[in-house]
Design a protein around this ligand. Structure first.
Ligand code: GDP
Ligand code: IMO
Ligand code: MG
Length: 430
């Protein structure tokens, strides 16, 4: 049975949620493997809107198992709030259809405080984080002082974990002018939330291994996008996890042999939220038009997303680092009515042409885009459900993207609605 990884191939918000929701009909298990509630995945099903940050998008479709893997950093208070919100929208969530890895690390209030305090420091360049404590939580994970889901079950373990954490954080907090951690209040809050989280805690690696042996299909749901990857993104303007497809294995406890198809989600133009280099960014009426037509405002923070032309250099690069088998090209409809479309096909760095984004931050900042122009289309593609519904110029644009990124289009999306989707190659086909 084929297992599929869905990853963002740009700077996030490519439409992963919509595609995961559509594909989840064909899957048995949907697993998140990195990130946390910094993600914002929007699903639109018959006009009804669901916004998910921490829960896998498969939760909305009944009869599927949703899994939060060990690679995720989990804010237990946010988890319960999100579960309640979705229950309020009629989504059934129980320990039967939601499982959380016992070895996932927790995001605590101290992490959000530290994240926001650092972002607010004067004289230090902001990353433009979501302020949700993602970076500090991952720091504690690799620093071996995280509190993990399984620790919630034992009061004595929690005390020793909190003491270790305080030894590190109180020194940092002092430097930033924040009050020391209130040990008793933190332990009390953890004791109160533990019984609400623990029923979902499972050895996820084992559950997934058994599901795989039983021939179940697993759909891995990435968050963020490859250019926010902590190793391969525009460092330091990145998130604090590995985002690329290889992380699906380590972030759930299945080996890389479990992955049969990597679907890169690619927006038909480019957006980015937060700070950092963005060579094809637009500051003109075309950029405004992309933002307005694409409703480019962040799901999590409501921030305006920066917009630019399609950057084929970046997507060719991210298709390589994630080993993408095929892409889902989304938001093609947003380009309707542009008389001319530009595609970034290379960079000029100090007079030298590059076909990839260099690693050094100063060089990234100096890369200027080299564009190729294509004819636009005046027809409406919104809601198109087959190739035959697309104007010739739109098909040419898609075909040119395939050539430039050296990767085939497996799916196309033409509106936020679940079924406004064109399947070219089934990622689950054996
Ligand atoms: P994600 O983080 O990758 O899941 O993407 P987001 O949900 O943050 O942002 C994508 C936005 O575009 C959402 O509001 C979707 O409803 C919407 N969307 C997804 N696919 C399409 C599409 O093909 N056309 C249009 N117009 N909107 C889309
Ligand atoms: P989805 O899953 C877009 C960005 C933030 C910031 C940087 C670091 O919806 O595609 P963090 O809070 O993670 O430490 O912030 O990463 N960022 C995202 N941008 N989509 C996301 O998720 C993002 N998650 C984080 O804006 O620039
Ligand atoms: Mg998003």
């Amino acid at each position: 049975m084929a297992n599929v990884v869905v990853v963002g191939a740009q700077w996030g918000d490519e439409g992963k949620g919509k595609i995961v929701d559509w594909l989840s009909e064909r899957a048995d298990v949907i697993a998140r493997f990195q990130g946390g509630h910094n993600a914002g995945h929007t699903l639109v099903i018959d006009g009804k809107v669901y916004k998910l940050s921490l829960l896998p998008s498969g939760i909305v479709r009944g009869g599927k198992l949703s899994v939060i893997g060990n690679g995720v950093v989990l804010d237990p208070w946010h988890l319960i709030t999100e579960i309640e919100k979705l229950r309020g929208q009629g989504v059934d969530i129980t320990p039967e259809n939601l499982m959380i890895a016992e070895n996932a690390s927790l995001i605590l209030p101290v992490h959000g405080e530290l994240d926001r305090a650092r972002e607010g420091q004067t004289g230090v360049a902001k990353i433009g984080t979501t302020g949700r404590g993602i970076g500090p939580a991952y720091e504690d994970k690799v620093g071996r002082r995280a509190i993990r889901v399984a620790d919630l079950a034992d009061a004595a373990t929690l005390e020793t974990r909190v003491d270790r954490l305080m030894g590190h954080h109180d020194a940092l907090r002092r430097g930033l002018g924040i009050e020391p951690i209130d040990r008793a209040a933190l332990l009390e809050a953890l004791a109160a939330i533990a019984p609400q989280v623990l029923p979902y805690a499972k050895p996820v690696w084992k559950v997934l291994t058994e599901a795989r042996k039983a021939g179940k299909r697993i759909l891995f749901e990435g968050a963020q996008g490859a250019l926010l990857d902590v190793d391969f993104g525009t460092y330091p303007y990145v998130t604090s996890s590995n985002v690329i497809a290889g992380q699906a294995a380590t972030g759930t406890g299945l080996g890389p042999t479990a992955i049969d198809f990597v679907l890169g989600i690619v927006k038909a133009y480019t957006t980015r939220v937060g700070e950092g280099p963005f060579p094809a960014e637009l500051f003109d009426a075309d950029g405004d038009r992309l933002g307005e037509r694409g409703h480019e405002f962040g799901t999590v923070t409501g921030r305006k997303r920066r917009c630019g032309w399609f950057d084929a250099v970046l997507v060719r690069q991210t298709c390589a680092t994630s080993g993408v088998s095929g892409i889902a090209l989304t938001k093609l409809d947003v380009l309707d009515g542009f008389p001319v479309l530009k595609i970034c096909v290379g960079y000029d760095l100090d007079g030298v042409r590059l076909d990839y984004l260099p690693t050094a931050a100063d060089q990234q900042a100096r890369c200027t885009p080299i564009y190729e122009e294509m004819e636009g289309w005046s027809e409406n593609t919104a809601g198109a459900r087959s190739w035959a519904d697309l104007p010739g110029a739109a098909i040419k644009y898609v075909r040119r993207i395939e050539e430039l990124i050296q990767c085939p289009v497996a799916m196309l999306s033409t509106s936020p609605e679940r079924d406004d989707t064109i399947l070219v190659t089934d990622p689950f086909a054996d």
